[in-house]
Structure formats: C-alpha cells, structure tokens
Design a protein around this ligand. Structure first.
Ligand SMILES: [Zn+2]
Length: 385
C-alpha cells in the first residue's frame, strides 16, 4: 500500500535556470556574492542557450519535477528572443518549446507569458536583457491572443506574468492586467524579492511594489505575488483584502540570500500560500514546505505556524502544496496523484502520516506519479528514462 497525496503544484519556475545548478556555488574571492551577482551568471546562461537548448533544459527540469512529486508547473517564461535579442522568425518559438517539453514528459503546465520591457526603474534594457524584451503593449496583447489556442489544448493553460515593477513600466500595469482578465488568465509577478527593489520603487513612485500594483488595479483573487519577502503591514493588508495568493520559493530565497518572508503574518491574514522551486537550485516540494514552516517558526519563535483552524500542520501544508497552487495557476485538479512508499523507514512507528510525509518526506519516497490519468513516474523514475 502506498500513501496517496494530491499532486504538488510548482507555481513558480524558470526552467532554463536548472542548468545553473552546481556552477553558482563558488564566489569570486574579490567581492561579495548576492542576488545581483548571481543574476549576472544567470544572464550569461540565458544569452548562451539556443532554441534546442531551451527545450532540452525544460524537458530535464520538468522530468525532475515529476520525479520529485510535482504534477503541475507554472513557467514564468521570459526568454522570448534569440540569443542576440532579435526576434525569432517563428513567433513565440520559445514559448512553444516549453509547451512541447511539458507535453513530452507529461506535466501539467501553466505558461505564464512574461512581460519584461526595461532594465530598471529608469534604465533601458541592457544588452544581456534584450533576449527577454517585449517591445510594446500591443506586442504583449498580440502574444496573449496568439497563445489562446494553446490554452485549450488539454494539460496546457496560459497566464500573464508581469516580470516585476522594475521591468514593467507603471503605465503598462493596469492595461496588461485588464487584458489578462478579459481572457480569464491568472496574473503573476515577482514582488518585493529584494530590499533594493522596494527602496527603488518607493524612491521612484512613493509607493511600495504592492501598493503600486494595488493602485494600478493589478491585485485581485486571480493575482499571485511571487516571493513577497520584504513587505510591511500595509502590503500584507492590501494582499489580504484583494484575496491574492503569495507563492513562496523558500529554497531559492535561501540560495539567493533574498531573506525570510513574513510567512506567519501572511497566513494569519488569510492569504493563500503556494510554493515554487523558481531557480531549481533544489527541486523538492517537501523541502519547500519544510523550509516555509521552519523559517516561520525560526522567525516567530512559535511552533506549528502554518495550520488549519484545528491547529493541524498537515492539512494546511497539503493545501499549500496542491489546491492553492492549482488555483493560482488556473489549472483543473484533474485527479493528479503522488504515491509515496509507505514501507520507508521515515514512516515507521508513525500514526499521523500526513504531517510526517510533508515535513520529513523527500523525493526519494516518490514511487508513482499520475497526471491526467496517465502514470508518468513508476518505481521513482520517469517512464521515459
Ligand atoms: Zn522567479
């Protein structure tokens, strides 16, 4: 008998960044390493991959996601142009490459087509960012129109992502959110990942990133704020009022030294939480859940922070892992399941299996994974291996 769980949703992914793993764990002795120096290395990778390389990275990443128990992924996709920044002759070539990769390995995909238009609050796109660039609002609208047929093809859905308040001009935010809502698409954005972004946003607009998004009408129940690491009380209240979701990426936030989000406060405010493996330094939903809960404990000095009304950690983490994530990605439940080996030592002499599975589990326990009625992982290995 295996332990069956609803499939985990990986709400925030940049599949190509999986290729950085192992090559960014050494710092230049002459300077500090930070999010901003990591970003330089990420740009070097982003500008080096050809179309086949992008698709292969996505296939590798999504197969590893499935073997770890993720049955759905939200691809926050901004590698739109060719290596030199010029457009592909085939419109949306890299977007379709991700859809093909997801179909091949059998993971449910929400393709969050990302708008990225400038290099900073008052900086044009830098040469190494031209690959990500969307030239104008009309191009973004045309892209969403062009992608709508993809949105109807079984396991793939489409959404809109606003890269960040750094990379999207203020006067684009409202119109883009409106375009997404007109089409019934979920809206995601990186929000307040780094203190520098918050400080620059305040200096530029006199508002925090959350308050700016609220002022421009972006917040709502269909909106997901990714990271939400550096929030104040007003930000948390605005997110809660709008019934937005927050996607935590605890292993990436740890890897990049982003900071520890106010998870306890977000949960107490009734904000639905979800998880994502983001840069894929680690692909392990159990690690995301455990780190989210343990970081919240370390920050507050309290135990059992992410709980349901009866004080149970297990059901609350299960909701974060599955239902909140599927909702945030606009994906149907579809009966996707993960089966864990119940003969594993970790479950010996354990009565309440759910919190142990989610807090002490690991991808090595995943025996089988079913997505949309198909078994895609058997004996812990992807069936195409
Ligand atoms: Zn991200």
């Amino acid at each position: 008998m295996a332990i069956a769980l609803p499939g985990f949703a990986n709400v925030h992914s940049h599949a190509f960044q999986r290729l950085l793993r192992g090559s960014v764990q050494r710092r230049d002795p002459q300077r500090e390493d930070s999010f901003w120096t990591w970003r330089e290395r990420m740009y070097a990778l982003a500008t080096s991959l050809d179309l086949d390389g992008i698709e292969a990275a996505a296939r590798l990443c999504y197969a590893e996601c499935l073997e770890a128990g993720y049955t759905a992924v939200g691809e926050f996709h901004y590698l739109h142009n060719r290596e030199d920044g010029s457009p592909y002759p085939e419109w949306l070539a890299t977007t379709y490459a991700h859809a093909r990769a997801a179909r091949q390995v059998g993971i449910r995909l929400s393709l969050l087509w990302t708008v990225y238009a400038r290099g900073g609050f008052d900086a044009p796109l830098q040469p190494e960012q031209r690959r990500f660039g969307v030239p104008d609002l009309d191009t973004a609208k045309l892209a969403l129109d062009a992608l709508m047929p993809l949105a109807d093809t079984g396991a793939v859905r489409v959404g809109l992502a606003l890269h960040s308040v750094r990379a999207v001009p203020r006067d684009w935010l409202g119109p883009l959110a409106e375009e997404a809502r007109r089409r019934g698409l979920p809206i995601h954005a990186h929000v307040s990942e780094q203190p520098r972004e918050v400080a620059e946003c305040r200096r530029h607009y006199g508002l925090s990133p959350v308050q700016l998004l609220r002022a421009e009408g972006v917040l709502g129940p269909d909106f997901t704020a990714v990271h939400a690491t550096w929030l104040d009380d007003d930000d948390i209240e605005a997110l809660a009022r709008s019934r937005a979701t927050v996607c935590l990426c605890p292993t990436t936030e740890g890897d990049l030294g982003d900071g520890i989000p106010p998870t306890a406060e977000l949960h107490a405010a009734g904000i639905p939480l979800a998880i994502g493996s983001d840069s894929h330094a680690v692909i392990d939903p159990f690690a995301e859940l455990r780190t989210a809960e343990y970081d919240a404990r370390a920050r507050t000095g309290c135990r059992c922070v992410l709980t349901d009304g009866s004080g149970d950690v297990g059901p609350a983490l299960a909701r974060i892992a599955h239902a909140n994530g599927y909702d945030a990605l606009g994906l149907p439940d579809g009966g996707d399941r993960v089966f864990l080996r119940d003969d594993a030592r970790v479950f010996e002499r354990v009565r309440d299996l759910l919190p142990v599975a989610l807090l002490a589990g690991h991808p090595g326990l995943v025996e089988r994974v079913d997505v949309a009625g198909q078994t895609v992982v058997e004996g812990g290995r992807h069936v195409l291996r």
